[in-house]
Design a protein around this ligand. Sequence first.
Ligand SMILES: [Zn+2]
Length: 108
Amino acid sequence: MLPISRCPACGEAASPPRDHCARCGAESPGSDPSDGRGRVVASTWVPGAFGLEGFGPAGFGVAWVDLDDGPRVQVLVAGGPPGPDARGTVDLVVVEGVDLPVFAPEAS
Ligand SMILES: [Zn+2]
């Protein structure tokens, strides 16, 4: 599950959740879990030497995903960058000791 905030005043959604709405400035947007399902809008490949735990020595993908629940999130991708419009699920995964959003493409 991926936490998101949704503004009670204007409906703007954000992930990670925020204390104030970035669109209208309202305080205390509620926080809801998202199922993380969404569509890739852009992706790239970061080659080489970083060697992030769990992502292999060759590098890792970075993608921007529009969640079906609203917000656009930047995510890590194991195994190479997904193609545009690929669908899948974003979930929080512990990488190098930090919870980071990671995209898993749907099987096609
Ligand atoms: Zn708002």
